[in-house]
Design a protein around this ligand. Structure first.
Ligand code: SAJ
Length: 431
């Protein structure tokens, strides 16, 4: 038996809030806890700031049902789930301050017999070091009195509800009892399989998953660079290679964004710098992609001081999320090299770029392109797939960099454009 009827979910972001709503839907009495008063006020008014329609709907239903209430501080409950961000520090380590703040704030409400689960991506050992230590300070024995487990989230933004419900989970317990209890608990509201392990194994598994993706994207980006030099189209090569039954090369692009994949490998690199040299190099390759694409545009004749129209602020296609987006890195490179810019995105309404860089966004493609000397496609939004050359008529220049390989290059060349396709040689009339 998991012996859980009441649950406190701490951190009402893109994982915590849908998790809280799904728990409420499954019949638990749930408190959603967040230290941000704006989030609490919005939810109390029945509003949900998360834009995925399915998430907003289950959150509204959960609040209306009375099974999900929200508050700034946790009340006593049978189970506590911590879902707060763990960004990377300027020094390259894990910033665990939000996890520490969350467990310390919740500690007075945690009594013997509670199940305490950390879902935030964390360095190896963090469940023991941070969660268990906070409960020791509260006078609880972290193995005998409470059940502590690490169970990383694995959701793919854009498909959050389906992925929380259906993905397999790995549950790492500080003790076998904690792992078994957490497994039963997840099984009570999720459909995917649950594997039990130690907390350290589960922590490492989460870091391994996202690092695997980052390194494989870096490999695709390195193949793109080779293809450009070799004068072949990397997309054609990948298509051919992926016909092999055991090869699955990912897609090259202008960088790796989001709040997970560009961050999580650092939790390994920081602690195991020598063993993780491959991961460090992969991070460097991926982070260098946006500036490299700009460099190719310059080689193709981008006039100094010109205005570049950027198509796409989101880190991935059809999302409204610009966190750690490759476009942010591109803006820094454009600012450093003295260019002006405008950014278009059909979905993103807010974006913050560091260093006072102006990142005003428009959803008007024609206005963004009007008078621009060049365009750069940074996101694989469906709206950009197969854009026809006439959409770019208002540009004053005829240079386009396609960082996501969404354009029909030949059609643009025939219309008089010079195209810099990522992973393929420059294409211009007569070349
Ligand atoms: N990207 C490429 N080429 C590819 C795939 C992705 O350049 O072939 C880029 C994307 O454009 C984007 C970035 O990588 O900028 C990251 O996107 P993503 O599709 O890899 O995934 P995220 O960050 O949205 O979600 C990932 C997922 N992790 C894995 O697939 C291993 C998700 O399951 C995790 O839950 C999530 O990180 C997380 O929260 O950790």
């Amino acid at each position: 038996m998991h012996n859980v009827r009441t649950v406190a979910v701490i951190g009402l972001g893109y994982v915590g809030l849908p998790t809280a709503a799904l728990l409420a839907r499954a019949g638990f009495d749930v408190q959603g806890v967040d230290r941000d008063p704006e989030i609490i006020a919005e939810l109390e008014a029945g509003e949900c700031r998360l834009s995925e329609r399915e998430v907003a709907a289950i959150v509204r239903d959960a609040i209306a049902s009375g099974r999900l209430s929200v508050a700034a501080n946790a009340e006593p409950a049978d189970a506590f789930i911590i879902c707060v961000p763990t960004p990377v520090t300027p020094g390259g380590g894990a910033d665990m301050s939000m996890v520490e703040a969350a467990i310390n704030a919740a500690a007075p409400a945690i009594a013997a017999g509670a199940l305490v689960i950390l879902e935030s991506t964390s360095p190896i050992g963090a469940t023991r070091d941070v969660i268990a230590s906070a409960l020791v300070a509260r006078g609880l024995d972290p193995e005998a009195d409470v059940d502590i487990a690490y169970c990383p989230e694995r959701v793919f933004p854009g498909a959050t509800v389906r992925e929380i419900l259906r993905n397999d989970r790995v549950v790492g317990g500080l003790t076998e009892r904690a792992a078994s209890r957490a497994k039963l608990f997840y099984r009570s509201f999720c459909e995917g399989g649950v594997v039990t392990a130690s907390a350290e194994t589960a922590e490492f598994a989460k870091l391994m998953e996202n690092t695997f993706r980052d390194v494989n994207i870096a490999l695709a980006n390195a193949f793109a660079l080779i293809a450009e030099d070799a004068g072949v189209d990397v997309m054609e090569v990948i298509g051919a290679a992926n016909r092999h039954p055991r090869v699955d090369v990912l897609s090259p692009g202008p960088g790796v964004g989001g709040h997970c994949i560009p961050v999580d490998p650092w939790f390994l690199i920081d602690r195991f710098p020598e063993a993780a040299s491959l991961m460090r190099m992969s991070r460097e390759i991926n982070d260098g992609q946006a500036a490299r694409l700009l460099g190719r545009l310059e080689e193709a004749g981008l006039p100094s001081g010109s205005t570049v129209a950027i198509l796409g602020a989101a880190y991935r296609g059809n999302l409204d999320d610009a966190r750690e987006s490759p476009t942010i890195r591109l803006l820094s490179a454009l600012a450093d090299r003295g260019y002006a810019w405008r950014v278009h995105d059909p979905h993103v309404r807010r974006m913050s770029a560091p260093g006072g860089i102006d990142a005003i966004l428009s959803d008007d493609l024609t206005a963004t392109l009007a008078g621009a000397d060049a365009a750069m496609i940074m996101t694989d939004h469906s709206a950009y797939r197969m854009l026809s050359p006439d959409k770019f008529d208002g540009m004053s220049g005829r240079l386009i960099a396609d960082g996501r390989r969404v354009l029909h290059v030949q059609a643009f060349v025939e219309a008089g454009y010079t195209v810099v396709p990522l992973g393929a040689p420059l294409a211009r009339a007569g070349v």
